[in-house]
Design a protein around this ligand. Structure first.
Ligand code: BG6
Length: 506
């Protein structure tokens, strides 16, 4: 039996969860129903929240507190895939749900909210702490923050924090302007820009994998790594979000935020501690080291795609231009593949291939790290190039890490075959992984911004993406250029083939 260390505080890794009220702008929206409320309920179910906890929902539709509770119960039932609704837990949780109806542009909303927060504070003992969550149309982020400021709600007896959903701006300038507006009321340290990919268990595990172990770091550079692929494929189309998506496109919707953050986590330098700003400084530095491409390079290294109609499994799928709310001549990208280069000593000349798309053959997000081949092929008839050593980090749907390498086949002679060493989250830990929103909401309540993006990180990503957007907007593409249900346009395969590489088939 190991001796217990009397100097070690057994609770030092436990974070105290403070009392607080979470105010959700956009409480009638999809995100609240699908993600936020199920996540908050799950935290209550796991007894992770303080007893002094409440939620105040805000949206335009008139509703009483009681009607809001019933509505949220329906959503939690529908969208909490793996959590049972326990009567006593739900009753205690629902007792802390309140609602205020109003228009974000109307100063009266903030007066009503102030009154409601006083009531909530005395009924639920939330300690004067308030987490505001902006889950509205992006055009309402600044007006909501300024409205809170004018009503004096940006300050109070306890702490104040502001969580802002994506998209954070639509280019560098608008992202800067938005930060400036938010800073009129909230200090940068109080602004939590959410990127739900950073809350995914396996994305966090990249940090543990790289910096909790000593064996990978010596290999983690251009001498041993040939290239990196990051794929986030979705089998669904735009699912009723045609109007939003038409303005955003795949590059801004997925790469500017989620995938560049994932890439930064793979490629960043080790931070000297696991302090929020130390980790974010390294991520930010990496994003600032990504090469900004000139228009000629962009045409070679950034490939847009748009899905066209297809018949799959006896079902006719519409093309993007036929989706509701979408311009029949739309030039929006529903697929994007980009080759990024990081200009530092660790990664010089190592391509990072990043791709994402709607209506691809399956839903899978994974990172492939391909190592250099053995310098000399000494085994007859085996070409190490055709089955390179790979490290696969699977983010979803199954979460895990695999190392693929060559092994001798049993029997006489030296015949080699690729094999795989697998770590699987589910079977190794035998417990459920929290959803990204559970992790991130709890972090915001506790005041830990490690997995949230800072102003400098958001701006660095826009600086990388904006020139690509400009070239894509100025070019008339012959869309659609891939059929729904296929792996995207041929040009994306050609982009890798020019470097002697190919996308790994997930
Ligand atoms: C969102 C995008 O941020 O991420 C969606 O706006 C996308 O278009 C979604 O479908 C993907 O998230 P996940 O967690 O399902 O991979």
């Amino acid at each position: 039996m190991p001796q217990e260390n009397p100097f070690q505080d057994p609770l030092r890794f436990e974070r105290r969860v403070p009392e607080c009220a979470v105010v959700i702008f956009g409480a009638n929206g999809d995100l609240t129903k699908r993600k936020l409320m199920p996540a908050l309920y799950r935290l209550a179910y796991d007894r992770r929240l303080s007893a002094g906890f409440a939620v105040v929902g805000i949206s335009r539709s008139p509703m009483t507190d009681e009607q809001f509770r019933e509505k949220m119960l329906e959503s939690v039932k529908k969208f909490s895939e793996d959590t049972e609704i326990q009567d006593d837990v739900w009753r205690a949780f629902a007792g802390g749900l309140y609602y205020v109806a109003g228009d974000i542009a109307d100063p009266a909303l903030y007066q009503n909210l102030a009154t409601k927060l006083k009531q909530v504070e005395s009924e639920r003992q939330t300690g004067g702490n308030v987490l505001f969550y902006l889950s509205t149309q992006p055009s309402q982020y600044a007006p909501a923050a300024l409205g809170l400021g004018s009503a004096g709600l940006g300050k109070g007896a306890g702490w104040r924090r502001l969580v802002v959903e994506k998209p954070f701006g639509h280019d560098l300038e608008s992202a800067r302007e938005l930060s400036d507006k938010l800073h009129e009321v909230f200090a940068e340290a109080e602004v939590y820009r959410i990127d739900h990919y950073l809350g995914k268990e396996t994305v966090q595990n990249i940090l543990a994998f790289r910096f909790g172990n000593g064996i990978f770091e010596p290999l983690w550079n251009r001498r041993y790594i040939n290239h990196v692929q990051i794929t986030a494929a979705e089998s669904i189309g735009v699912e009723g979000r045609g109007a939003y998506y038409q303005e955003a496109g795949a590059l801004a919707d997925m790469i500017q935020n989620h995938l560049l953050q994932v890439m930064a986590t793979i490629a960043m330098e080790p931070s000297s501690s696991f302090n929020a700003n130390a980790v974010r400084d390294e991520r930010s530095k990496l994003l600032r080291s990504i090469r900004l491409m000139k228009p000629d390079e962009i045409r070679q290294n950034a490939i847009p795609g748009q899905y066209g109609p297809a018949r799959i499994g006896g079902k006719d799928l519409p093309g993007f231009r036929q989706e509701e709310g979408v311009d029949p001549q739309s030039q929006t990208d529903t697929y994007a593949a980009v080759t990024f280069y990081v200009e530092n000593w660790r990664w010089a000349r190592v391509p990072f291939y990043v791709r994402t798309g709607k209506h691809l053959p399956k839903r899978v997000t994974e990172i492939t790290i391909q190592f250099n081949p053995a310098p000399l092929a000494i085994f007859d008839g085996e070409c190490p190039d055709s089955s390179p050593d790979l490290l696969l980090v699977r983010i979803q749907p199954e979460e895990g890490i695999s190392l693929k390498f060559l092994s001798k086949r049993p029997g006489s002679g030296m015949k080699l075959r690729p094999v795989s060493m697998d770590f699987n989250y589910g079977s190794s830990f035998g417990e459920r992984s929290p959803s990204a929103y559970e992790t991130l909401l709890l972090d915001a309540i506790v005041g830990d911004p490690t997995l949230y993006t800072r102003q400098d990180m958001v701006e660095a990503s826009w600086r990388v993406v904006e020139p690509i957007q400009t070239v894509w907007r100025e070019t008339k593409y012959d869309f659609p250029n891939y059929d729904a249900g296929t792996w995207g346009p041929a040009a994306a395969d050609e982009m890798l083939a020019r470097n002697g590489h190919a996308w790994r088939k997930p």
